[in-house]
Design a binder for this molecule. Structure first.
Ligand code: PEP
Ligand code: CO
Length: 455
């Protein structure tokens, strides 16, 4: 079956008549329908005002006026929906954005990979251990990680649990921000443990001091508080992978005459689900949200141009962000033709570099890791390639955590493969720890020197 072409053929479930990659197979179809129905009656997690506000911010980033920092876990877990974990994520995003604001001299728009990043694509539908095959773990929105038949069977009620945790997460983030936690006058609220004992601590404090002084100066000469800069908003985004979940909270808003996905502000289409005739593209074409498309080395000029035609037929500003993830080795060769291809379509896009997903490798004992040097190298090449082609790299997409994990090697502390076992907590991809994430922010801001080698 091919995708219907007319907008009037679209509805939140029209994707169901197409091939949908990476979806769980629920044994109890009635229970699935019940869960979708229950989910669709709950109040939404976000509102269209917030969605439109982010779209406007992304339109500004497309014009080179702002920079987008997108970051968070590869996969959130239900167990990690705790105040500490949320606060730590908020702190690292705020600290990074402060450094980037200082270095880039433009507003930084923060988009968390959070409040809904609960579903994961997998390379195989089943996992086999000792001759026993069970469904693969697809994230807490779908099933549970322990290797038992009970845990691995996809359970549609987990979509409700995921929606509740997303709402709890976002409620806490909004309350912290409304309560003054993100006030630029009080960056000390965001201090993480590392600040006392990291090589980068002095540099970070100098930046914070310089920003506080500038704020004080501007406020004293203008005689009033700078409302725009005082509060730092955090927007939420996740991979729009699990289409039943996304569909359930997709609503037509009479006052806007458009459909909105109200599970999140910024859903993105992953690399594995961007087939032009596939169910994900069908779903995404009908919603008004700003959206990301992950693109890597398999993406052809024709495919990308078709995606832009289908997903942004009216060349709406702010709608499309292209999140490229080629890997340090391939980016120099593979990115330029795609920049040219996009230019030919006339669609405004925001280019965002994801230096994580093209740089995943396995150590000798099979642990998934990423080397800090490769991450930084891909980022630096991305800035160079865009600049040399008269294009603008307006954002970065990172897997990171505010915790002191050991999942990626390298960085200021020179973590090696031997350190990985010490604090490897990710259930999926390896994340930058707080110190490595800050170092990336300092590199982007142009205020950090190269650190020791990661090898
Ligand atoms: C991800 O962002 O976790 C992911 C799976 O990325 P990609 O679709 O780019 O492989
Ligand atoms: Co990932």
């Amino acid at each position: 079956m091919t995708r219907p072409v007319s907008k009037s053929d679209w509805h939140p479930a029209s994707w169901q008549s197409l091939v949908a990659q990476q979806q769980p197979s629920y044994p109890d179809k009635a229970a699935l329908e019940r869960a979708i129905g229950d989910l669709s009656r709950l109040p939404p997690i976000v509102t269209s005002w917030e969605v439109e506000a982010l779209k406007e911010q992304i339109a500004r980033a497309q014009r080179g006026e702002t920079f987008v920092l997108q970051g968070g876990d590869c996969a959130e877990s239900f167990d990690d929906c705790t105040s500490e974990s949320i606060v730590d994520k908020l702190k690292i995003l705020l600290q990074m954005s402060l450094v980037m604001l200082y270095g880039l001299k433009k507003p930084v728009v923060r988009v968390g990979r959070m409040a809904g990043q609960y579903a994961k694509p997998r390379s195989a539908d089943t996992e086999t251990r000792d001759g026993v095959s069970l469904p693969s773990f697809r994230g807490d929105l779908v099933n549970r990680q322990p290797f038992t038949a009970d845990d691995r069977v996809p359970n549609p009620d987990l979509m409700l649990r995921g929606s509740e945790r997303s709402a709890l997460t976002l409620n806490f983030v909004r309350s912290l921000i409304d309560g003054g936690f993100a006030d630029l006058h009080h960056p000390e609220y965001w201090d993480l443990d590392w600040v006392g004992h990291s090589k980068m601590a002095d540099q970070y404090h100098e930046i914070v001091g310089a920003i506080s002084n500038s704020l004080d100066f501007l406020e004293s000469i203008s005689g009033r508080a700078l409302h725009q800069t005082q509060r730092a908003d955090i927007y939420a985004g996740h991979e729009g992978l699990h289409l039943s979940y996304e569909q359930a909270q997709t609503r037509f808003l009479e006052h806007r005459k458009r459909w909105y996905n109200l599970t999140t502000l910024f859903p993105w289409i992953g690399m594995r689900t961007a087939q032009i005739d596939g169910a994900h593209v069908e779903y995404f074409r009908g919603i008004a949200n700003p959206m990301g498309i992950k693109i890597g080395s398999g993406m052809t000029v024709e495919w990308l141009q078709n995606l832009l035609r289908v997903l942004n037929p009216n060349n709406e500003p702010g709608r499309i962000s292209l999140i490229h993830r080629f890997g340090a080795k391939a980016i120099e060769k593979d990115l330029p033709p795609l920049i040219t291809a996009v230019r030919e379509t006339g669609s405004p896009v925001l280019w965002i570099c994801d230096p994580m997903h093209g740089n995943t490798e396995s150590t000798a004992d099979g642990t998934k890791t990423r080397r800090f040097d490769n991450i930084v190298s891909e980022l630096e090449t991305a800035f160079q390639v865009h600049e040399s082609m008269g294009s603008y790299l307006g954002g970065v997409h990172l897997e990171l955590t505010g915790e002191n994990v050991t999942e990626c090697t390298g960085g200021a502390r020179g973590l090696t493969d031997g350190d990985l076992a010490r604090a490897y907590k990710s259930s999926v991809d390896p994340r930058l720890n707080y110190e490595q994430a800050m170092e990336v922010a300092m590199r982007i801001a142009g205020v950090a020197q190269a650190s020791g080698s990661s090898r």
